[in-house]
Design a protein. Sequence first.
Lengths: 187, 100
Amino acid sequence: MFGDVVFWVLSAVAVAAGVMVFRFDSMARATYALLLSLLCVGGLVVRLGLDYLGVVIVLMMTVEMALMAVFMVMYMMNPAGLMPMSMLHNTKGAAVVCGGLFVLLAAGIVLAPWPHRRGRPGDDATRALGESLMGPHMLTMMTLGLALFATIVATVVLATRRGRYDRFGDALRAPRADDPARGGVGR
Amino acid sequence: MTLETTLLVAAALFCVGLFGALTQQSVVMLMMGLELMLGGVILGAAGVWRHLSPTADGQVLIVLAVTVMAVEMAVGFAVVTALFRTREADMTDMAAELRE
């Protein structure tokens, strides 16, 4: 009974906060609403028995939303929402698409003949995940690691204002760096 | 807390996020919609793990979704930074064409 109440409260808050993300004028409030929604998702994952992954989601989303707030202030023209303005397009079409998709998904969820559960959750889901990632799913883990490394390289390349190819040419053969200001001692 | 209710909540989150991703002009707000959609995917995967197949494979799927979330956020903001530097564009409509 208590578990069901927790589930419904977290579910309602997750969806309501998700809706409020796109209703707030203030970007800070929108970010916190998204954080609240994703924290509730983490809580629901914990409630479903995946303690480790739920805590990972909570920690990751907290840091991610803090970073997102910084980018909001950097890039949004009206981050505090002091001058309410509409920054939407194609609202009706999107509402039809999303409403239709939800009805379709809900119909499938309710009407599908779901199979019975095979097996029972183990006593220690975290241990099972660790053994799986270090065993049969090692290739998955390595691929994810490579993808994250590629992400680091790609983000640095994209976000750098002037990289070495800008300074030394595409072939990196220029004898001297093409810098706007000459560096070195005595410039 | 059944499979159906969990999946319904996940579907609601996914559709709310999709609405945001389709309607928002700001690239940052669009990314917020994508985050919500991935949150729905994670919740759905956790529900399927719990109620249908409580093996480690389902958990690996969630790890994959969480990684996708991190990659999407990092690359998304890097692309926004690159776009802003080249064209001072922070809206999706301003970045509708790839050519300068």
